[in-house]
Design a protein around this ligand. Structure first.
Ligand code: PLP
Length: 487
């Protein structure tokens, strides 16, 4: 190591090559790891000293600890048997993009602080916009997560309402009624968190009822808005979801947009998971009606093979976002760059990672047809899995499957509701303990429901078939007389 400075170039180069070999081997053999970490609480911390080293340690030692101490505590999101939550992928082009972004270490807060970072962000989001069928009236900004994107969109909605909240705030204002936000009972918790963060108050999030396919009911939405107006509340915005977290249901965006137009409410669409399906020509319809919305979030880090983190916030009203967030102190002025976009004007954060690089590399390396083919394949695999479940006595699919996620359960005749729920929880526990696959669950009404979400680049039909075999085997064990749900 050179005195006081960085690692010397020869050391960096040697370990750099070694690490690329390590990553290559890891991706090739990720299937050999248990997908869900078997680490117990505290294992990783206990294996490492509580005090930081006073003197620098050899890189070889640090890397060895990654193998022996860090890796056992990793749940492998890159594993082809990862079917929990929404599965994601660190694809090779994305990983290379992360490497270059880390090496460049630019802060893309202003155009001038790295013109390519701003312009690649504009370009790659313009590509993504066109890939999902939105017109040129939309512009995008990259954030870390859909939670942040939704929060920013709702801050723009709050600003666009013309209530002078940026200047005066919300507290202590006798002129302001409660501001109301509407989403379906199946919307993601990030909508509630945005309302909490923006000072709207959790109680002012109205969770509108859904139909039997888990889609927001426009008639109930219209009724809730009318009732709120009658009580003196001020409706502010609606969040519709394309691909809800539990069942991936698609809210009727066009009908919701019509209500928002009539009521002059901001419409934000959360398509964090489902939006990228619109890249597939025959699935373009999943974004029907979104052209009429004010903002939209799509997460490349979910189902577009881009490593964590990368969320795309699109809006037709970028000026409202800038009105909410632009604040330029003297030390950040760049008056000499008149016709450029400074990303810091469109959100909370000043410092910004060069996230666009990995997205740009993923889109280039796979191409729009390659991306569509991968997504199409996942949808087909989910359809096949749903077919196996439906065809098997004692099993049921409990929600439509518009994307690549299947909600299902083991519900043979005989056991009552609580027993069936307990059995499904036990089935999931058994299957996850195998280390071969990892599934998660949700609750629909009073039913405990299993979810199989296909979205990993490395998942093949054989992995889905293995999950199904493990599920059936676990169901037999759990149902065996005397074994009890947890046996
Ligand atoms: N919206 C939906 C529909 C989701 O399913 C999720 C997460 O799964 C989110 C938002 C939150 O995503 P993020 O982790 O990027 O904040």
């Amino acid at each position: 190591m050179s005195g006081g400075g960085d690692l010397d170039p020869a050391t960096f180069n040697a370990y750099g090559h070694e690490l690329i070999d390590w990553v290559t081997r890891y991706l090739e053999r990720v299937e050999e790891y248990p997908v869900l970490s078997r680490s117990r609480p505290g294992d990783t911390r206990r294996a490492l000293p509580p005090d930081p080293p006073a003197r620098g340690e050899p890189v070889a030692q640090i890397l060895a600890d990654i193998d022996t101490i860090v890796m056992p505590g990793i749940t492998h999101w890159n594993h082809p048997g990862f079917f929990a939550y929404f599965s994601t992928s660190g694809s090779a082009p994305g990983i290379l993009g992360e490497l270059v972004a880390a090496a460049l270490n630019v802060n893309a807060m202003l155009w001038r602080t790295s013109p390519s970072a701003t312009e690649l962000e504009e370009l790659s989001l313009d590509w993504l916009r066109r890939m999902i069928g939105l017109d040129g009236g939309w512009s995008g900004i990259i954030t870390d997560t859909a939670s942040m994107s939704t929060m920013l969109a709702l801050a723009a909605a709050r600003e666009a309402a013309g209530l002078d909240i940026r200047r005066l705030g919300l507290a202590g204002r006798s002129d302001l009624p409660a501001l109301r936000l509407y989403c379906s009972e199946h919307a993601h918790s990030s909508v509630d968190k945005a309302a909490i963060t923006l000072g709207l108050g959790h109680d002012n999030v109205v969770h509108v009822g859904a139909d039997d396919a888990y889609r927001m009911r426009p008639d109930l939405l219209a009724g809730a808005i009318d009732a709120d107006r009658a009580r003196g509340f001020r409706p502010l915005a609606v969040v519709a979801t394309v691909g809800t977290t539990s069942t991936t249901s698609i809210d009727p965006v066009a009908a919701i947009a019509a209500i928002c137009g009539r009521e002059r409410l901001w419409l934000h669409v959360d398509a964090a998971y489902g939006g990228v399906a619109a890249i597939v020509p025959e699935l373009r319809g999943v974004l029907d009606g979104v052209a009429l919305a004010d903002s939209l979030v799509v997460n490349p880090h979910k189902w577009l093979f881009t490593p964590m983190d990368c969320s795309a916030l699109f809006t037709r009203r970028p000026e409202a976002l800038a009105r909410a967030f632009s604040l330029v102190p003297e030390y950040l002025t760049s008056a000499g760059d008149p016709d450029v976009r400074n990303a810091m004007d469109y959100g909370l954060q000043l410092g910004r990672r060069f996230r666009a690089l990995k997205l740009w590399m993923v889109i280039r390396a796979f191409g729009t047809e390659g991306l569509a083919a991968r997504i199409r394949n996942h949808v087909a695999l989910a359809g096949e899995f749903a077919g196996w479940v439906r065809a098997r006595e004692g099993w049921e699919v409990v929600a439509p499957v518009p994307f690549s996620t299947v909600c299902f359960r083991h519900a043979p005749a005989g056991p009552g509701r609580d027993e069936t729920n307990a059995r499904n929880a036990a089935i999931m526990e058994r299957v996850n303990a195998s280390g071969r696959v990892f599934l998660s669950h949700t609750r629909l009404g009073e039913r405990y429901v299993l979810r199989l979400a296909i979205g990993n680049l490395r998942t093949e039909r054989r992995h889905v078939a293995e999950a199904w075999a493990l599920l059936r085997e676990a169901a037999e064990r759990v149902a065996a007389p005397g074994s009890g749900p947890g046996a």
